[in-house]
Design a binder for this molecule. Structure first.
Ligand code: GLU
Length: 298
């Protein structure tokens, strides 16, 4: 069999503008794809109109463009994929792989947000409107070989609740949509932040329920602020200044453990990227979370 063509992606949820942490992730996935002569895609995971905005989407896309991180195919928007997600949910329900969750808010609260085992066992195949739909995890132990972190093992159901795939409010949820789009777009390699490491076990089970082959996963360390918190909208990570795109890329390379020559900090984004495409060394990426301003630590 010929080797699988490399197809990677950067898949931000538009909860705010691109910040340094998301640039690091975007850059790592871009460089991995380029180094494998692969295809690199951008997918906007705009599933939650209550937390996300089209302004954030526009800002993210403008920022990627300013940093010359250009996808090889048109950007995909999850908000336009409802039909595919609904038909997948119908299939899962009919096969007993998903169920309507009848837990009340009170029950969920009492169990610290986890739903009752009885609900999982009942497997309501015909949810009533207003019920969340969950994917029914099985007891398998997940194993995978992360391309940076090495062999991983996770007793998925013991550690994670059955993920919601359709929210009570009627919105499709991340765990299902991300897998369906990775399958539909033929993604062979996923590079993303290590805050998503623990979702891999659940996602493997969703891949299997659609008889799809797993992609390879590579989880890169998250970037922390001065207080040791992950950079995110919640921790008020500042938006990237697109006027300093070359410098931002230079700093992102340093956070990824690469050793760009100092003069590149003044370089145009295209020059920094050219250097990075030639010199990218995955094995230099640090394994532990990095502070935004620290020299990389292995
Ligand atoms: N949309 C997710 C996020 O922004 C990332 C999805 C993924 O890379 O698997 O956190």
């Amino acid at each position: 069999m010929p080797p699988l063509a490399y197809r990677g992606r950067f898949a931000p949820s538009p909860t705010g503008p691109l910040h340094f942490g998301s640039l690091v992730t975007a850059l790592a996935s871009y460089l991995e794809a380029r180094q494998h002569q692969g295809t690199w895609l951008v997918r906007i995971e705009d599933l939650d109109p209550l937390r996300e905005s089209s302004t954030a989407t526009d800002q993210i896309l403008a920022s990627l463009e300013a940093h010359q991180l250009r996808p090889d195919e048109p950007v995909r928007f999850q908000s336009q994929r409802s039909e595919a997600y609904q038909s997948a949910i119908d299939q899962l329900l009919s096969r007993g792989h998903a169920y309507g969750c009848a837990c009340s808010r009170k029950e969920l609260r009492a169990l610290g947000g986890h739903h009752t085992a009885a609900c999982h066992e009942r497997r309501l195949a015909h949810p009533t409107p207003g019920q969340a739909i969950r994917f029914a995890l099985n007891d398998d132990i997940a194993h995978w070989d992360d391309q940076l972190l090495g062999p991983q093992t996770l007793a998925v159901r013991a550690e994670v609740d059955d993920p919601v795939i359709l929210r009570k409010e009627g919105f499709f949820a991340y765990q299902l949509a991300v897998v369906l789009d990775d399958i539909d777009q033929g993604i062979s390699h996923i590079v993303r932040g290590s805050d998503l490491l623990d979702t891999t076990g659940q996602q493997q089970q969703i891949f299997r329920s659609f008889s799809a082959t797993y992609p390879r996963w590579l989880h890169i360390p998250v970037i922390l602020n001065e207080q040791g918190q992950k950079l995110s909208k919640q921790t008020h990570a500042p938006a990237l200044n697109n006027d300093h795109a070359g410098l931002n890329l230079f700093r992102a390379l340093k956070a990824l453990g690469q050793q760009p020559p100092a003069h590149l900090s003044q370089g145009e984004p295209g020059r920094v990227l050219d250097w990075a495409c030639t010199h990218w060394r995955r094995e230099r990426v640090p394994l532990r979370p990095q502070r935004e301003n620290d020299p990389p630590e292995h």
